[in-house]
Structure formats: C-alpha cells, structure tokens
Write a protein that binds this ligand. Structure first.
Ligand code: ZN
Length: 209
C-alpha cells in the first residue's frame, strides 16, 4: 500500500449515480490517480477493475458518491474487504509506508508468506494490517486461498526479478542499471512498497531519494 495523490474533480463534474464513477472522466481519474494499481495489494488491475469505497457506503449515499472515498481495487481485494474492515487508514491523506512495512518471507512450513509489520499508528493501522493479512495470506476458503496464492506467486516472481536488477546494479552501478531500479521503485510500478522496503531495510547502496 502506498500514498495516493488524488486530484480534485474538475469543476462541473459531479457524482450522483453509480454510472458516474463506473465510467467517463471520474473512472479515468480514479485509474490514473491510483496508477492503474489496486490500492490494497498493489498489483495491476488490468482485469476486473473495481471501484472500491474505502469507507463502506451501506445506506449512506453521501459516502457512496464521495469522490474522496473512491479508489481502484482488484476483484480479490474488494471481495476480501467487503464491509468488514471499516476504519482503515486513508492512503490519500497518510503515507501507508510510514506506518506499515511489507515483506515476503517464509512461514514455519517454508511456504511464502507476506509479513505485515506495524511501524507506528493507531487503531486504523491495526485494521489495515488485518485487511492486508487477509489480502495476502487469507485462508478462509479454498477460493480465497487460491487467489492469495496466485497473488503471492506474482509478487514472488516480481521480487526475484527485482533482486536480479539490484544485483546487476551492485555489480555495475552505472546510470542505466540505476534507471531500471528507479523505475521499479516508482509509484507506477507494481508492488512498489515491497521493493522500496527491500532497499530501505537491506540494500542501502542505493538511496531512495
Ligand atoms: Zn488487490
């Protein structure tokens, strides 16, 4: 999860029905501001994009059509969150990476597991951590287990590839190798929080800024 900078809606654009955010300029802005990624798992959302209400909107039209409450999510995360995790942090206002550290590790049975570690924060950080654990490590149903495994496989491949690029940079710290890494840790890259976490915690040869 990373910070999302949402632009204000252009003058004259309003959201008064579902169709207003499921298409047109509003949907386009949600996709662009979220960099085409799910705001929860940080995977790309090229199939089954969902417009997710950060605060559950049940029986509350104001929240349902509130621009600030609309974010891009994948089907897996939207379907994991439902209305069960009210009170998560607002990534348009706070930087999730200052509160939560994400890494891919092994569990006691040597299966890959996402470690969601609290850096600081209050109850909203705890709720977000519970949600991220369900998003990456959920075991509730076979279907959920399967989609979490697919997500972790993709994350694992992406991070192995990233480590190869770090290795290339370490062996030869030239501009071209640095540019590849800078791209991979930019907000537009998938799983950017994990990659920046690797640099912050273990790979100090390349300062983040
Ligand atoms: Zn997701």
């Amino acid at each position: 999860m990373i910070k999302i900078n949402k632009r204000p809606l252009p003058e004259g654009v309003t959201i008064t029905r579902e169709e207003d955010y499921r298409g047109g300029i509003v949907f386009q802005m949600i996709v662009e501001d979220c960099r085409g990624k799910c705001y929860l798992c940080e995977d790309s959302v090229h199939t089954a994009p969902n417009v997710e209400h950060r605060i559950s909107h049940e029986n509350d039209a104001a929240l349902k059509y509130d621009w600030n409450n609309l974010l891009l999510a994948c089907y897996h995360c939207n379907n994991t969150k439902l209305d069960k995790y009210n009170g998560i942090i607002d990534p348009t206002k706070v930087d999730p990476e200052a509160l939560i550290d994400l890494s891919l590790d092994l569990d006691e049975e040597l299966r890959e597991k996402v470690i969601v570690r609290k850096i600081s924060g209050g109850r909203d950080t705890d709720i977000t951590i519970d949600l991220l654990n369900a998003v990456y490590n959920g075991q509730n149903t076979d279907m959920k287990k399967y989609s979490c495994q697919q997500l972790k496989n993709k994350l694992s491949n992406e991070l192995s590839w990233f480590r190869q690029k770090l290795e290339a940079y370490r062996a030869n710290p030239n501009d071209a190798n640095e540019a590849v890494i800078r791209q991979e840790i930019s907000d537009t890259a998938i799983f950017a929080a994990f990659k920046r976490g690797i640099i912050k915690t273990v790979f100090h040869a390349l300062p983040l800024s």
